[in-house]
Design a protein around this ligand. Sequence first.
Ligand SMILES: Nc1ncnc2c1ncn2[C@@H]1O[C@H](COP(=O)(O)OP(=O)(O)OP(=O)(O)O)[C@@H](O)[C@H]1O
Ligand SMILES: [Mg+2]
Length: 314
Amino acid sequence: MPRQARALDVISAGDLFVDLIMSGFPSWPVPGTEAFATDFHREIGGGAAITACGMARLGSRSALLGVVGADTGEWVANQLNSCGVVTSELRFDPAEPTAFSVAISTPEDRTFLTFPGSNRRFSATLAEAAADGRLARARHVHLAWAPDLENAPSLFEATRRNGCSISLDVGWHEKWLADARAMALMPLIDIFFPNETEARKMTGELEPEKILRKFEAAGAKRVALKLGPDGAALLWDGEILRTGPTPVRPLDTIGAGDSFNAGFLHSWLRGESPVTCLRAANFCGASSTEAYGGIDGFPDAERVERELKMNSNE
Ligand SMILES: Nc1ncnc2c1ncn2[C@@H]1O[C@H](COP(=O)(O)OP(=O)(O)OP(=O)(O)O)[C@@H](O)[C@H]1O
Ligand SMILES: [Mg+2]
């Protein structure tokens, strides 16, 4: 799909959260008592938002499709706008608050208490956008979400009728990943973005190469397999490519996978080669670990360009 033919390069769609992050507790909160944090910050969470922001930072025309509540919806929209994300596909639910997580952050771990709120309207909102042709504003639809396995084939077909290519990052949903119908979706999507644990669950294989061949046997054309501190592997039209990690000092790995997706999709939609897409993705994923959350550490286009040039001289 030529770039000029559509107003947007990508619509990222999925569950949205407001993360309320408290840290600096003197000790782990004990049930039945009150614990006081010394630090607090609020940020947008959810893979779709992180990928949408990353792609916008790199220069893609990127919109977010999700549902927010009347309570904090304006704040979410402002945050997205300040990242350069188009918010015309954001829907406001008058009855529910925006989904939120209260996160207790300690140096060892983060624990989330989550209320799904307006995300309960997401599935119906996405189906409506596919049915009424609104997805056709974009060249590509990225789903950061576990679609209902019964309805997923018809949702993907409807998305195709909008003329969009499709990518999917399901995240850790154990039942979904173990269901045989999940593998049957592989021929229906253009790029699948699992991490190692998710891919092992789906394929029953342990080694990256075997995992990717199993996806290929199920009809997958392209799978970008995220291997955390080991980098990533890619199945691309029958070929397998590997890349080692970009050396970083990780501070917080939340959102690394979604940042990887953003780097990959931005390059792919610009028509770059598979190896360039993989290197860009690997760099964006690694960089995102150097700051808290998934958005602050995301590199700009110039840094990615520089990294790719260095890499290609090796
Ligand atoms: N410690 C690290 N060092 C270098 N690169 C890293 C590191 N952690 C993550 N990355 C990069 O980020 C990519 C995605 O990370 P990971 O495999 O953790 O994805 P994920 O589990 O889907 O993440 P998320 O928590 O965002 O869902 C990796 O494939 C790699 O390119
Ligand atoms: Mg992930």
